[in-house]
Design a protein around this ligand. Structure first.
Ligand SMILES: *Cc1c(COP(=O)(O)O)cnc(C)c1O
Length: 414
């Protein structure tokens, strides 16, 4: 008996053993520096995707490469069976950085706790497990009944449990049976959120700004209302800052835009400095503390190389200069995109800091077509849904280079 494996040649993708779970733009990158990358034919491109914000500090930031290189010469992996000399310093550094976004931490409240993992999805899984265990151990939710309220249009990763509460059919369908215990409400609707909470609810899990959905920024009153609803109901607020956090929005954490603190915060992407996957959950010690020895873990979480890079990332963020760049360059970006909307070349744009979602008129071209045009003009960007593309330049991008990229965007739209 022979099995027939469907061919990918119909889509024009390169044949070979690589699984077809991506449809990349036709470019093969070989080197990168700052906001620039080069392909195998020597052409250069401005990278306006920045690894979905994993490259907030650009390609091969010297401080991050130095930290990684130094650590490669010392110790790369210990497993959590043994401590290593950077594990506690990393937790200390990240904890202090996160004080403004963790409930109760303040300037001299309890120090936020840090649980290191690797990928973003693992950080989200960790937050879900901590919230459920807290619900049973502390809140007194009846066994097996815990519910978590999430938002339509969410993106929290690709594990079986996480896709169980995705509202994107492509991400969700075909992977049943799904994990129960999640309720979906519209993003930006605080009253719907309030109505979805009951005695079984342990947490509300939301992205401050929905990145994959097209950089959707909720109205100003939303986040303070969400915090108040969670406090009233006695449920945890879990903020997924994996894409929105670490400088992207002009603040260290997006929730700071609204002066809101979460009980648990998931971090990833830029925490690894574009060098390796590093993620973490940061939050209230009385909540994360329910994950005692043996209840949760990771072979690679908090490894020496990850901690070396993570400490260097926190070091880059501490002075606030990247956040400041995101604010000033972001204001310029949004002003220029507004002009493109005014002149009819775009049908909409929105965002915060150096992060924008823009909509092209689907009658003119798809987001994919726009990205292909941009590629030919030396700019890398990626469509999210249909006719929406997301711009997230590295925060190190020079003002002139941002203008160059926006000139090329204008050209591509004409
Ligand atoms: C990318 C992302 C994740 C998943 O991160 P991975 O490292 O790809 O597992 C989760 N949440 C948000 C908001 C993200 O943008």
């Amino acid at each position: 008996m022979t099995a027939t494996i469907p061919s990918r040649s119909a889509e024009g993708a390169a044949a070979g053993p690589l699984a077809p779970n991506y449809h990349p733009l036709p470019v093969t990158l070989t080197t990168g520096e700052g906001a620039w990358v080069r392909d195998d034919a020597g052409r250069t491109y401005l990278d306006l995707l920045a690894g979905y914000s994993a490259l907030n500090f650009g390609h091969r930031h010297p401080a991050l490469v130095a930290a990684a290189t130094e650590q490669l010469g010392r110790l790369t992996l210990s497993s959590r069976a043994f401590d290593h000399d950077l594990l506690h310093p990393f937790a200390e550094a990240l904890s202090e950085l996160a004080r403004p976004v963790v409930a109760g931490a303040g300037a001299d409240g309890p120090q936020p706790m840090v649980l290191p993992m690797n990928t973003g999805a693992e950080a989200v899984e960790t937050a879900i497990k901590a919230a459920r265990k807290w619900g049973y151990d502390v809140r007194g939710v009846p066994p097996e009944r815990a519910t978590i309220v999430v938002a339509a249009g969410n993106f929290h990763g690709r594990t079986t449990t996480i896709v169980s509460f995705s509202t994107d059919p492509e991400a969700r369908d075909g992977f049943a049976p799904h994990t129960p215990g999640f309720r979906v409400v519209p993003f930006g609707d605080a009253e719907a959120l309030r109505d979805a909470i009951d005695d079984t609810t342990v947490a509300v899990l939301l992205e401050p700004i929905q990145g994959e959905q097209g950089v959707v920024v909720p109205a100003d009153g939303y986040w303070p209302a969400v915090r108040a609803i969670c406090d009233e109901a006695g449920v945890l607020l879990v903020a997924d800052e994996i894409q929105s956090g670490l400088g992207r929005t002009g603040t260290t954490f997006a929730l700071e835009l609204w002066g809101v603190r979460a009980d648990l915060v998931t971090l990833g992407k830029a925490l690894g400095g574009g060098v390796l996957p590093v993620s973490a959950v940061v939050g209230r010690p009385d909540v994360l503390g329910v994950l005692t020895a043996g209840t949760h873990g990771s072979t690679f979480g908090g490894n020496p190389l990850a901690c070396a890079v993570g400490i260097a990332v926190v070091g880059l963020l501490r002075p606030g200069t990247f956040q400041e760049r995101a604010r000033t360059l972001g204001a310029h970006l949004h002003a220029r995109l507004a002009t493109l909307v005014d002149t009819g070349l775009l049908v909409g744009s929105r965002g915060a800091g150096l992060w924008a979602g823009l909509d092209v008129d689907p009658a003119r071209m798809t987001g994919r077509e726009l990205c292909e045009r941009l590629l030919r003009l030396g700019v890398l960007a990626k469509d999210t849904h249909g006719s929406t593309i997301r711009l997230a330049p590295p925060l190190v991008i020079e003002a002139d280079d941002l203008d160059l990229a926006l000139d090329r965007l204008t050209q591509a739209l004409r």
